[in-house]
Design a binder for this molecule. Structure first.
Ligand code: BGC
Length: 419
């Protein structure tokens, strides 16, 4: 235990009367997460190391699968079996859903002792709390709407970085004509939806994004703008290689890295992969905000599940404390590709992509263009997200017309809203 506020929090939370002299950090945590790619494993490895160095026992329960769908299935099975892990990578409304079911515990004593309210952006603090108490702990701010670019590949066709979707399409056509794969993509529903929401922002703008994807407004879902979004998705389908189905996102990143493809549309965990392979931003690869004004937000957090026994509760308190230390937030996010959730962590060690993300985030908050990601579980309940996944993926993998896609999407969302 590092300081008295934390000692007091722990004492309160565990009901143990530890005198500061006897106090010892530690406890046991079992952590369920989906951070298994090169950059991800390196980042979570830092937390494991710090937790163990503080005297704790770390039980790692990774469930591979970007976007976390497989991890969420595993979680449900564990909870149904009455044996939840202590900490789970969980996000947005999903945190609220589990809290409503009574599955979560809080780490509010640590949060109060460390004054988390003063160092987190209100939008993030709100997501972490249930009934006014912190039930989850945030790591970072990931941005979704990026295009990752191999500049050497672009140079082969004399193209520069696209700033509109029309330019993107024109460059993609040029690349295709030159026998180069324009877009590295993994055909998994969450990756399709990641591109889709980026295109919704790009073509519809922030207000439209909010109306259609967050407020689930039927008129917006059925609008001509949404038809244009699906038209663009159809074009994008033509820019991926024939082997895209089922490919993991990090393998798609590798295609950009090794010059097989020019672009990837993906959140900035892709940067974590480039960095893990010792690639240099601004030289070997570029991070370019996808056309469109705004910032699609994805914050990773660990939610704390109800577990019993002082050792496990102590583990949760220690973990919560460690995740929120300024040093850890800097180290973790330097390899993860994101920026810290804490607003008081200096960004001088971060590269230009990280600095750009922080500047654009600030501008987006001021302009009210900060938007929660649907694909990454920040915006809508899981059941609604599931409808988006289905329609977007079905459209991407068939010759469905944009009109049919829009009609199906609006109907599916209306149905899901009634349930
Ligand atoms: C998570 C990221 C993760 C990515 C790919 C996203 O949903 O927020 O932390 O790197 O999925 O696995």
């Amino acid at each position: 235990m590092r300081f008295s506020g934390r000692a007091a929090a722990l004492t309160l939370a565990t009901g143990l009367l530890l005198s500061p002299g006897l106090a010892k950090a530690g406890g046991t945590v079992e952590v369920l997460h989906w951070w298994t790619s090169g950059g991800e494993a390196k980042s979570i490895g830092v937390l494991k190391q710090e937790f163990e160095a503080a005297g704790g026992k770390w039980i790692d329960s990774p469930v591979a699968g970007g976007g976390g769908d497989a991890a969420m299935t595993a979680l449900r099975a564990r909870v149904v079996a009455g044996n939840p892990p202590s900490a789970v990578q969980l996000k947005g409304p999903n945190i609220q859903e589990w809290a409503e079911q009574g599955a979560l515990t809080d780490v509010d004593a640590v949060a109060k002792a460390e004054n988390w309210d003063a160092v987190l952006p209100p939008v993030i603090a709100k997501i972490m709390k249930y009934d006014g108490k912190y039930v989850a702990v945030p790591f970072n701010i990931h941005r979704i709407n990026w295009i990752w670019v191999n500049p050497a590949v672009l140079a082969k066709v004399g193209a520069s970085v696209p700033t509109t979707w029309d330019e993107f399409n024109a460059t993609a056509e040029k690349l295709k004509a030159a026998g180069i794969i324009p877009l590295a993509h993994g055909g998994q529903p969450w990756q399709d939806l990641t591109i889709f929401e980026t295109v919704v922002l790009g073509i519809g703008g922030a207000d439209f994004y909010r109306k259609a994807l967050v407020d689930l407004d039927e008129n917006a879902l059925k609008s001509d703008t949404m038809i244009k979004v699906f038209d663009e998705m159809r074009k994008i389908r033509g820019y991926v290689d024939p082997n895209f189905s089922g490919r993991d996102w990090n393998l798609a990143t590798a295609m950009v890295m090794n010059g097989q493809a020019a672009f990837q549309i993906m959140g900035d965990w892709a940067k974590g992969e480039f960095l893990a392979a010792n690639k240099v931003p601004g030289k070997d690869f570029l991070c370019v905000p996808a056309p469109g004004n705004g910032f699609i937000l994805n914050t990773d957090s660990f939610a704390m599940f109800k577990v019993s026994g002082a050792d496990k509760i102590e583990g949760q308190q220690e973990l919560a404390h460690l995740i929120m230390t300024p040093d850890f937030q800097a180290t973790f996010n330097l390899t993860k590709g994101s920026i810290p959730a804490r607003i008081d962590v200096p960004l001088d060690k971060f590269d230009d992509c990280g600095k750009k993300s922080a500047a654009d985030l600030k501008a987006a908050i001021a302009a009210n263009t900060l938007l929660p990601s649907v694909a990454h579980e920040m915006a809508v309940p899981r059941a609604i997200r599931g409808e988006f996944l289905d329609v977007v993926t079905n459209h991407f993998n068939s010759d469905m017309s944009s009109q049919d896609a829009v009609t199906q999407l609006a109907a599916a969302i209306e149905r899901a809203k009634q349930q």
